[in-house]
Design a protein around this ligand. Structure first.
Ligand code: ACM
Length: 513
């Protein structure tokens, strides 16, 4: 063999056969835990020559490709482009295969030394696969400034799809108001863990937070304060549309909630005619519940509700409208039943499915309605008997405003202390006798904001519990156990730091290993 040939081979190797770091895909800390992982022991590397290949002219796929390019470019400092033909090396290939073997939201990730191929039946699956890719890269990938590589990913195959179609979190923007930027950051947290619903609790006794053009005092007066007497605030309709779009771009459905007939003092303070005695109530900045009620036997009440549901539904592409219906202690039982059933027909008239807290299970629910279990097994079982589905949000397990333990300064403890393991170790289909996966739409973790006043405080209550709720919603029960999960969670600590998330360092999680 000529010396020339040897030289050429050696040179070629300098360019393309650099030694690969052995990496074990099955030992990576992915949350939620994927359905199946097959490791092949080597690594793929993102370099300055990596491009993202998209062959079909699908605009949704292009959007997720741009989203990935933006994420990678920011922290690697490489200029990663979208291309429509695979010419280079170290390519990332995004493919839609409508006939693919994985469900609607599933994805398949195939990683070799040379290529990373992400396939899904829908763009949502590609989006979820991208979240997995982020978690396979070093934590520095989450930084907003360029970091040192190398940007290696373990090789092998991941096949993944979710257990439930509804994987949500709630944010109470009524007790304290949070800015559009804060809500977007919250949405990013959900997206990172493959959650797909953000429920916004938009009205309560202490504040009305969404502009309704036909009833302007709701926000000008009803939105002017919050718990503790601060200045409150509200979303204009343009703000709301911006939130909806930001969520939609991340495959997250917004569920708007207007809580009624109780939890309505802000509306009752804004319009005298909504009160049975025609006297406007004072604005309220305390934290009591159960003292307010719309006047259920006045026609103006239903005209008001019709306007609110119409305006809000027009801006909401998702299928749900949440009417609250909890803790209506100031409404007589027969009035409550009449009211919820009438409101249900208004929600349906505007093309939405009604969601109500579990108390609404007492009413004549239609089979397309949904109850959100938070407290009452009895009411939830009544709902299921009428054909309604259930979202599982047991207060004792999923309320993120509950303290971690007696030393947590924020939050409440009326339902329970919820340490990180308590929040994780329960199963939606075993929590209430008689409620099975057949009845369960999914899981949602609410954050009520009586004690939570800003983004840092939101982060402290939400992290690190949120990834656990995401895993409960995504991963099948047989793949979940606390030992395995807490190890993976510990490796998300430096991701939280890279994202500048202010989180609770639970002693139950081995962060420092
Ligand atoms: C609730 O916690 N009142 C739904």
């Amino acid at each position: 063999m000529s010396r020339l040939l040897l030289t050429i081979t050696a040179l070629g190797c300098l360019i393309s056969c650099e030694t690969r770091t052995p990496k074990d895909l099955s030992k990576e800390s992915i949350i939620p835990r994927p359905a199946s992982i097959t490791a092949t022991g080597s690594s793929f590397r993102i370099t300055g020559s990596t491009s993202i290949v998209i062959t079909e002219g699908d605009s949704d796929l292009e959007w997720v490709g741009q989203y990935l390019a933006g994420l990678l470019s920011e922290s690697t400092g490489f200029d990663i482009d979208l291309v429509d033909e695979n010419k280079g090396s170290e390519s990332i290939i995004l493919k839609i295969d409508p006939e693919g073997p994985i469900g609607e939201e599933g994805y398949e990730l195939n990683i070799t030394e040379d290529e990373l191929t992400l396939t899904a039946t829908q763009p949502a699956g590609i989006f979820y696969g991208i979240q997995t890719v982020r978690q396979l890269l070093p934590a520095g990938i989450e930084s907003s400034t360029p970091q040192e590589g190398p940007w290696e990913i373990a090789t092998g195959t991941i096949l993944d799809n979710p257990r439930y179609g509804y994987r949500g979190a709630m944010l109470d923007v009524a007790r304290h108001f949070f800015s559009v930027e804060d809500v977007k950051r919250y949405i990013d947290f959900l997206a990172y863990y493959k959650m797909n619903v953000l429920h916004l609790h938009l009205s309560d006794d202490q504040g009305w937070r969404i502009e309704i053009k036909s009833w302007p005092n709701l926000t000008s007066h009803g939105g002017s304060t919050e718990v503790g007497g601060g200045e409150g605030g509200y979303y204009t309709q343009d703000n709301y549309r911006e939130i909806v779009k930001y969520a939609n771009d991340r495959y997250i459905t917004i569920v708007p909630e207007i809580d009624m007939p109780g939890h309505t003092n802000a509306a009752l303070a804004s319009y005298a005619e909504l009160n049975c005695d025609n006297k406007a109530r004072e604005l309220y900045t305390g934290t009591e519940v159960g003292f307010s009620s719309l006047c259920t036997d006045k026609e103006i009440t239903y005209e008001f509700i019709d306007d609110v549901i119409r305006e809000l539904s027009e801006m909401t592409p998702g299928p749900y409208f949440h009417i609250g219906g909890d803790e209506s202690h100031a409404t007589k039982k027969e009035d409550y039943l009449y009211f919820v059933e009438r409101v249900q027909s208004i929600v349906n008239k505007y093309g939405k499915r009604m969601i109500g807290w579990d108390e609404t299970g007492q009413t004549q629910l239609l089979p397309n309605s949904v109850v959100q279990f938070w407290n009452s097994s009895e009411y939830s079982l009544q709902a299921v008997a009428k054909g309604a589905k259930v979202i599982m949000s047991p207060a004792k397990k999923t309320y993120m405003d509950m303290k971690y333990d007696s030393t947590t300064s924020l939050g409440y403890d009326w339902a329970a202390y919820i340490e990180v393991d308590d929040g994780y170790q329960w199963d939606p289909a075993e929590y209430v006798d008689g409620l099975t996966d057949e009845n369960i739409l999914g899981v949602e973790a609410p954050l009520w904001s009586e004690t939570v006043t800003n983004m840092e405080e939101i982060e402290y209550m939400v992290f690190p519990r949120l990834p656990g709720y995401a895993e409960i919603g995504w991963t099948s029960a047989v793949l979940r156990d606390w030992e395995n999960y807490s190890e993976r969670l510990s490796n998300h600590g430096d991701r939280f730091e890279a994202m500048e998330i202010d989180f609770y360092r639970s002693e139950l999680v081995p962060w420092d290993k």
